[in-house]
Design a protein around this ligand. Sequence first.
Ligand SMILES: Nc1ncnc2c1ncn2[C@@H]1O[C@H](COP(=O)(O)OP(=O)(O)OP(=O)(O)O)[C@@H](O)[C@H]1O
Ligand SMILES: [Mg+2]
Length: 301
Amino acid sequence: MDVAETITQCRVMPDAAYEPLWDSIVVPPTVKDRLLRSALLALSLRPNLPFEVTALHGLAVLFGPPGTGKTTLARGLAAQLAPLTSAKKTRFIEVNPHGLMSAEHGQSQRKVAELLGEHIPRLADDGIPTVVLLDEVESMAVARSEASLAANPADVHRATDAVLTALDANAVRTPQLFIVATSNFTRALDAAFLSRADVAIEVPAPDKDGALAILQRTLTGMGQAYPPLADLAYDAGLKRVATKLAGIDGRRIRKAVTEAMLSRIETVLDPGTLTVKDLLAGATTATESSDFKEGDGHAAA
Ligand SMILES: Nc1ncnc2c1ncn2[C@@H]1O[C@H](COP(=O)(O)OP(=O)(O)OP(=O)(O)O)[C@@H](O)[C@H]1O
Ligand SMILES: [Mg+2]
């Protein structure tokens, strides 16, 4: 695979398709504030000051359990930044890191170096502030611990070396880049990679209030096609549903609504007839089916 093919998106913001992403995610306000502010600060300080002074790499790591909104937030960031920049526009580049890893000897390292060190800086050489998403970065920044050295081929670790080299080079010469890396497995990430992050932001599973807000957004959104659901979004009984769903991830909370529709053939045929009772049943199924995920590998950075 050519490195250009590992770029799945390269778009200039504003772009209507990216506008709704940021607001669709319900997280404590500090998560969004910290991500937006760190990107904005890095994009304004770095062009004006040498790396020796700021030590900024233009790298944020979002970590947390699966399904909490990390990828969506990272995809929405560039659109949020655009009106805050002097040019009123930004670029968003998404990379599929899995496409970089190759079984061929030395190829992963070469591809990482080419992509991060040459191809992406070239795409951003018009100076437009550019957000780069490295989703599920654990595949390309594998911890070079002894245990991992025994378990992984040396090539995997050479790819990590190439990531670090490219980050260091871009830190000095490409101040318009801001990289957002996401991961469920911060323990699997290389310590030197994490140390280069300007911020590491935990994206937690929603609490009771968060679960309620996600349910309301899901039902309001569905209300565009099934108007009674927009009213159901503000039913007082929804709080009980949210209490049941607190602590499971946002992806499963949204799916709990469709799970509830599955409980009766009437709601399958006409989703607008969904009730709080159905939602309570759906919440029970959703929490039970999320139990098997307990203990999945994620850890604080
Ligand atoms: N906090 C949240 N608020 C609202 N919706 C959410 C939230 N988290 C997840 N979702 C829903 O789940 C979908 C998937 O979220 P996303 O892919 O961003 O999660 P993720 O943290 O990147 O997951 P993974 O770690 O599995 O890659 C979103 O499009 C959204 O519909
Ligand atoms: Mg993700």
